[in-house]
Design a protein around this ligand. Structure first.
Ligand code: PMP
Length: 437
């Protein structure tokens, strides 16, 4: 076989020059495992990028994609339709919290976020509150890479490189290791951080703010769980000031917390939910915004009959192949009980297995919920903020795919994982972490 040429592909979110010196290539995947060309097997403890929830290469989804591509590979949904898009939307809203009964489709989490932000602006304008054009996000929040998403997100390198094209401000994040170290489930301390929203509303004025957007738990910011009562308090403050509340559930949706959506798990209903990733078990790109009837009806009622009510959409919105993949994914989730599995024994096992690493000297926090978790490491001064990447590289060598974020190793295994496989991850990580310096 000829040598792999790596020059042409400018890889995303990757140090290209370093990577290309010794490319790490995955050849195939099956269930919870990734395989290198050599045949070496790696446990995918991150379900890809928090997305292969039912495990990799599920035949049923592959066949649905294949059949759909042969039957109807594409249909414009601007003024046209294909039946599957309507059937799929009807089916999706069976899983969403009460009142969120409308679906707007895009192709990714980033597009779902942009669509939700635009829907918020359209809604405010439709009800005569057109001054409400800014957004409140949160530090450490990740909402994709488009200009709206990086503006509402709270990841510093985005600002430092691209500025803030959409007007937004940010609440403080809720990571508080000093008070909440080694919490199991939701942390006890930090509900008062929700009052930061009151501070920002007082500063900007409610009449300037269209919506508040947060991930129920921050994923790419390092698995930061909401303190008990925090999301409820955000909802109350939004209601008090008539602000929309958007939950970005691109990671937390589709069973990750033990309910279909974290909104249900944490008992707080937002006005919109963004979704992607696990929606198709990551097989083909698809994003969606679940929108409340209140928003949908307001936007519809304000438009002139016959006019386009929302001037937005993508060539591939509700792509037939993506809808087919999504339908087959839901079949698996239902049949295998995956949307609530993390709430049962496997989630408890995950919790106790991860926390068994608490005795290691260089572990300063373990946090978990459902089937997501992070191990925070004590970094040496010269590697602070980058120690997770080092740990992640060593974990890969040891046969575990775990993500390094800041000084933490973050994981979100496929929801099909079994207890002995969790034990295998934790055994391997024990070796990696205890040898780290
Ligand atoms: N929102 C959240 C919460 C995410 O975690 C991500 C991706 N990790 C996105 C949005 C963006 O999704 P995508 O990469 O599919 O555009």
């Amino acid at each position: 076989m000829s040598e792999l040429k790596t020059d042409a592909f400018w890889m995303p979110f990757t140090p290209n020059r370093t990577y290309k010196v010794a490319p790490r290539i995955v050849e195939r995947a099956e269930g919870i495992y990734l395989f290198e060309k050599s045949g070496r097997k790696i446990i995918d403890a991150t379900a890809g990028l928090w997305c292969s929830n039912a495990g990799h290469c599920r035949r049923e989804i592959a066949e649905a994609i294949h059949e759909q591509a042969l039957k109807l590979d594409y249909s414009s949904i601007f003024n046209f339709g294909h039946e599957l898009s309507f059937e799929y939307a009807e089916r999706l809203v069976q899983y969403t919290p009460d009142g969120l009964n409308r679906v707007f489709f895009g192709n990714s989490g980033s597009e779902a976020v942009e669509s939700a932000l635009k829907i918020a602006l359209q809604y405010q304008r439709a009800r005569g509150k057109g001054t409400r054009t800014m957004f409140i996000g949160r530090e450490k929040g990740y909402h994709g890479v488009n200009f709206g998403g990086i503006s509402v997100g709270g990841i510093a390198p985005n600002y430092q490189t691209f500025g803030q094209p959409v007007k937004a401000n940010h609440m403080r994040h809720t990571l508080d290791i000093a008070r909440n170290a080694f919490s199991k489930g939701l942390p006890e301390h930090g509900i008062e951080l929700a009052e930061d929203l009151e501070r920002l509303v007082a500063f900007h004025g409610a009449d300037q703010i269209a919506a508040v957007i947060v991930e129920p738990f921050a994923g790419a910011g390092g698995v930061v769980l909401p303190p008990k009562g925090y999301l409820q308090r955000l909802r109350e403050i939004c209601d008090k000031h008539d602000l929309l509340l958007i939950f970005d559930e691109v990671i937390s949706g589709w069973g990750r917390t033990g309910s279909p959506f974290a909104s249900q798990e944490f008992g707080v209903t937002p006005d919109m939910i963004t979704s992607a990733k696990g929606i198709t078990n990551a097989t083909v790109p698809l994003g969606a915004v679940f929108v409340s009837d209140k928003i949908y009806n307001t936007v519809m009622d304000a438009a002139v009959e016959g006019a386009v009510e929302f001037y937005h959409g993508y060539t591939y919105s509700a792509h037939p192949v993506a809808c087919a993949a999504g339908m087959a994914t839901l079949d698996i989730y239902e049949r295998e009980g995956l949307l609530t599995r993390a709430a049962g024994d496997i989630g408890k096992h995950w919790e106790s297995a991860l926390h068994s690493l608490a005795d290691l000297d260089n572990v300063i926090d373990v946090r978990n919920y459902g089937l997501v978790g992070a191990i925070e490491l004590r970094a040496p001064d010269n590697l602070k903020g980058r120690f997770g990447a080092k740990a992640s590289a060593l974990a890969w060598q040891a046969g575990v795919m775990a993500r390094g974020i800041g000084d933490a190793l973050c994981m979100s295994p496929p929801l099909i994982i079994e207890a002995h496989e969790i034990d295998d991850i934790v055994d391997k990580l024990r070796g990696v972490i205890s040898g780290l310096e």
